[in-house]
Design a protein around this ligand. Structure first.
Ligand code: NAG
Length: 241
């Protein structure tokens, strides 16, 4: 093969890498909702300098450019915003957020990037969910999407007791959370819809497998989180909310 041909073939691949696009593969999911300030809001970890939105204890946007420490750090008072809960766009597509770890990448590559997950097991098999990376976790494996779902279990950290008066290890089990739809009835108003989503659209699925690919973030997600990467074309396809 001539060198020029090789370069011509390699350029699109390099452009794909440079733009951060192209992460894809198969992966695993878990679920959590710890009420903590997500790590993509701690400081700018995106190439646009934008941070994921974070909220006060009263669930009001902080707009503090990341200055307020996490409620899961000593004395911090920044929390996860309730509007970073999952919702059904229609019967086959949902939008939401996740703590992410992508094989071979770092937070500065995945923070605020969006991934289209196609569920490959359980009652949601074949359905799709587009998630924006808002966080990561020390206990995540490779190609792991820890879906942010109210009532999904607090996991390693817990600010829900402080923010909402949840039981000392969060609602339900520390890992996995509550186990029935009816338990959502007692949730704070702002978290109810996201809690019900798990038992309705998600069919009560328990950590389904996924195939995933990076996609442009839907405008509806960016509108809620306030975060996008500078090279990320926005998908303006209108959706009902
Ligand atoms: C569901 O919404 C997605 C995202 O807007 C859209 O691409 C898809 O066509 C919709 N599906 C149906 C069945 O309406």
């Amino acid at each position: 093969m001539q060198l020029t041909t090789l370069i011509a073939l390699a350029l699109p691949a390099l452009a794909g890498l440079a733009s951060g696009q192209g992460a894809s593969g198969s992966g695993q999911t878990t679920r959590y909702w710890d009420c903590c300030k997500p790590s993509c809001g701690w400081s700018a970890k995106t190439n646009s300098g934008k941070l994921i939105g974070t909220c006060s204890k009263n669930d009001q946007p902080l707009n503090d450019n990341g200055a307020t420490a996490s409620a899961c750090d000593n004395g911090g008072s920044a929390y996860m915003c309730s509007n970073q809960s999952p919702w059904a766009v229609n019967d086959t597509v949902s939008y939401g957020w996740a703590a992410v770890r992508i094989n071979g990448q770092t937070e500065t590559t995945w923070c605020c990037a969006c991934y289209e997950l196609t569920f490959t097991s359980g009652p949601v098999s074949g359905k799709k969910m587009v998630v924006q990376a808002s966080n990561t976790g020390g206990d995540l494996g490779n190609n792991h999407f820890d879906l942010a779902i109210p009532g999904g279990g607090v996991g390693l950290f817990n600010a829900c007791t402080n923010q909402y008066g949840a039981p000392s290890s969060g609602w339900g089990a520390q890992y996995g959370g509550i186990s029935s739809r009816a338990e959502c009835d007692g949730f704070p108003e702002a978290l109810k819809d996201g809690c019900y989503w798990r038992f309705d659209w998600f069919g009560g699925a328990d950590n389904p497998g996924v195939s995933f690919k990076q996609v442009a973030c839907p405008a509806a997600i960016v509108a809620k989180s306030g975060c996008q990467r500078s090279n990320d074309a926005i998908d303006e396809t209108p959706t009902q909310d």
